[in-house]
Structures are given as structure tokens and as C-alpha cells.
Design a protein around this ligand. Sequence first.
Ligand code: GLY
Length: 351
Amino acid sequence: MNVIVIGAGVIGASAADALAGAGHAVHVLDMRGPGRGASQASAGVLAPFIEAHDGDPWLDLCVESLSLYDAFIEGLRVRSRRPVQYQRSGTFEVAVSPDDVARLNALRAWLAARGVTSEWFDGAAAKAFEPAISAAALGALNIPLHGFVSVPDLVGALTHAASLAGASFESPAEAVSVTSSNASVTVSIGSRSLSADAVVVATGSWSSRVKVNGAPAADIRPIRGQLLHLKWPEDQAMPQRVVWSPRCYTVPWTDGSLLVGATVEDVGFDERSTVSGVHDLMAAAGDVLPAVWRATLHEVRVGLRPAPVGGLPIIGPSPSSPRVILATGHYRNGVLMAPLTAKKVVEAVER
Ligand code: GLY
């Protein structure tokens, strides 16, 4: 089939790669370029048991997608012939108050009941396990199943693999409307239009601006996230895994970079970084990793998370046409949800 994918963030790029790999003729449109929306400010943390808790419908989706990740990355490395930094080195969630200790021990018991391995470290043991953390930490919960992926590597490899499989990419190209008939779908981009057998709308925070048969593709709200890219001081032991605290999370890269995320701000489509964002993230990171105050500030990245007004990601045919597949609203979990979303998109296109 001929398929147009609108949006080349991690979701659109994963869908394009999976569709091209399944033999479809894929053309991808993006208003800015691959990975320039929410993906550019993602730290790539893969942590379903931190992001969602008991009874939250996101949990099963995120857990299922994480279970696909090893094969997703392995296949991508082979097909793209590119390295993708990916580690399942766990998350170390630090307790800084007695309430945190109680909450994390309750989480440990709940994980054990689900058959998920986790390990609690009391204060001194936590510091011995992860020497970069503050001596004031009361303890920490290690969840080895979790991990992280480099999002720039991931988006680059996905677009490259999709191209090798025949997909074409076009940007800047802002699709403003999608109109379906029984036989095809037409996408309007400014004054010109393109037709295909199916269209995938993966436009993240901008999804409500794309009209599908006259109505917004999805009801999505942008939530700004600011992320710091630091260079860790060379004479200090770098954290060995994702460190998560009540007010931030940090991700260590092999080149000595540390990512610190992320603010959660309801400020519309404002993609600027702010002094208060940098201040709050630095203060939060300094509480758990004191050596962060000696790091150098390389960059502040900003992305708009697509928060679905209905609460859950929207993956599947649009209500007005089976030829228009929606893949949006992944909020904090676009990178984590990429493998499962790509699989569901291919199923929906081929149905
Ligand atoms: N997934 C973490 C965040 O959105 O900040």
C-alpha cells in the first residue's frame, strides 16, 4: 500500500520504519524535520514502573512495549547499520524523605507480587551501590528491568532504516488537512496535495491542528518539558544508571554527558527555555547528585509532550475513516511506547 506518515518524531519514524519494513511504500512529511518535536527533549528513560502505577491503564501498555524493546533495538541496529546507545541498566529511585521510603517499600512489595525484581538499599548501601548520590539519601529502590535509549540515535537509526527500506522523507512540509474517500486519502500541504491508500497522523502536540475530514485529528494539549544536557566533571564518579528523585531524573551517557529532566509546564505552544526551568532542575539534581554543581552546562532542550485530553494514547483508525490511522497522545511515554505503537499502526494499516 501507499502510506503517508505525517510527523517524523519517534512515533512517526517508528511507524514509517515498520511500515517500510513490511513492504509498504512510505512517504513521511514533517513540518520541521525528524525528531524536532517532543523527541528532541526526551531523555529516553524506559521506566514503566515509575511512570505508571497500580490501576493506571498506561501501565500495561508501557510494560508490553518495554517487553518489545530488546528485539526492536536489535533489529534496528541490523537494518540501519548504525549504533544505538541502549542500556537496560535499571533505575535507581532515591528516597529523600520518610514518605519516599514508605512509598518505595510499598512499590517494592507490589512489584514482588507481580514477579518484577527490585532491590531496596538503605542509605549507606545505596551510596555504596551508586557512589554519585548524596550521602543524605535515606535509601533507594533499584529496578533492573528499566533502562534508557539515546533518542537522537534512535530517531536517526529509524529514519535511516526506513530510507534503506524505500521510505522517503520531506520537510519542511506541514500537512494541514486529511480527507478520505472510500478508495483513498488526500493530504493537503499548503496549496498542493498528495494521495495515498492510508495516512498515519503522528503529529504529537500539533495533532489538534491537523484536520481529518474537517475535525481535529485528536484532542491533545502541549505540556512543555525542559531538559538539561550537562557535561559531568571528569574527576568525579559518574552515575552508572538512571537516577530518579521526587523532583528530577538523570541519565548518564557513555561520552560523559548527563541529561537532567524534566520540567512539566502547561504553557501552550511556547518552546522557549527559562531561567526558572534551569534553576529548578539544577536544584533538584544537586539534591541527589551533589557533583552536578561542578558540571558544565552544554545545552537546554525543550519539547512539548502531547498530553491526550482523554488520558490515554490514541492509536488506531480515526473515528471518521479506517484509512486514517492516529498515533498520538503519548504524553511522557512516546519513546517507551514506540515499539508497541509501530506494531499497532502496521496492524491497523493492513486490516
Ligand atoms: N518521560 C519523562 C518525561 O516526559 O519527562
